[in-house]
Design a binder for this molecule. Sequence first.
Ligand SMILES: Nc1nc2c(ncn2[C@@H]2O[C@H](COP(=O)(O)OP(=O)(O)OP(=O)(O)O)[C@@H](O)[C@H]2O)c(=O)[nH]1
Ligand SMILES: [Mg+2]
Length: 221
Amino acid sequence: MGNTLSNLISPPPQQPLESDKYLIKIMGPTRAGKTSVLEKIKDPNAIINPAIYTANITCDVRFIWSSVLPSSSTQDDRSIAEKRQALTFYDTSSSERQSTFNSSFLRHTHGIIFVIDFSPQDGQTREEYAAEASKSLWGVIDESANSVQDQPLLVFVNKKDRPDSMTAEEVIELLHLEDIFRTSGRRWFVQEASALRGEGITIGFAWLLAQMQDRRANCGL
Ligand SMILES: Nc1nc2c(ncn2[C@@H]2O[C@H](COP(=O)(O)OP(=O)(O)OP(=O)(O)O)[C@@H](O)[C@H]2O)c(=O)[nH]1
Ligand SMILES: [Mg+2]
């Protein structure tokens, strides 16, 4: 029990992973759907429980990314994928955000997933919500500017099943994503998604995986 609990709340791994493994960190505003997105990456058939409440828990999940291969893939494809795609995800929770996102947060990280849903809370306007989200994203990127090598950034605009959701274009503008590329050369991609319905998750994640593989092949990162 003690072991299990300490595994759940252990700090982000700081050691470089072996060469065939990737570490991905998931960030984003409170209740945006970070954990739900992770559940769907792990298992596209997972049922997302609307009553899920995951604040204050940080989990470090290690698994083999074979579940997102197309159903038409052969056993050989799966074996190759299982050998190659060992991924560790670090899912952040609401309460740790400020204290955790320091200059070493992205060290040894190969990819970043930022989940946003644009559901303003407690009387916030959309613009206020976006400004806060943008500040937190830029905070991490600025903080780590000297210690990391421009990992690819995947942004999920989650909860597309809701009528008030925003488009990828609006998010690109509100988060000033084009500036990220201009200032750092970091590659980014915005994918509209619904973790609830399982839409957009696999395609977005496939982009991130391809980027991470490309960086490793070309830059050894
Ligand atoms: N409608 C809808 N609800 C979703 C979707 N994804 C997640 N939710 C719901 O949004 C709530 C928050 O989801 P979580 O995955 O816990 O969000 P989180 O970002 O991990 O939350 P914290 O860790 O507390 O910051 C839950 O009630 C989910 O069921 C989605 O695509 N559509
Ligand atoms: Mg969560």
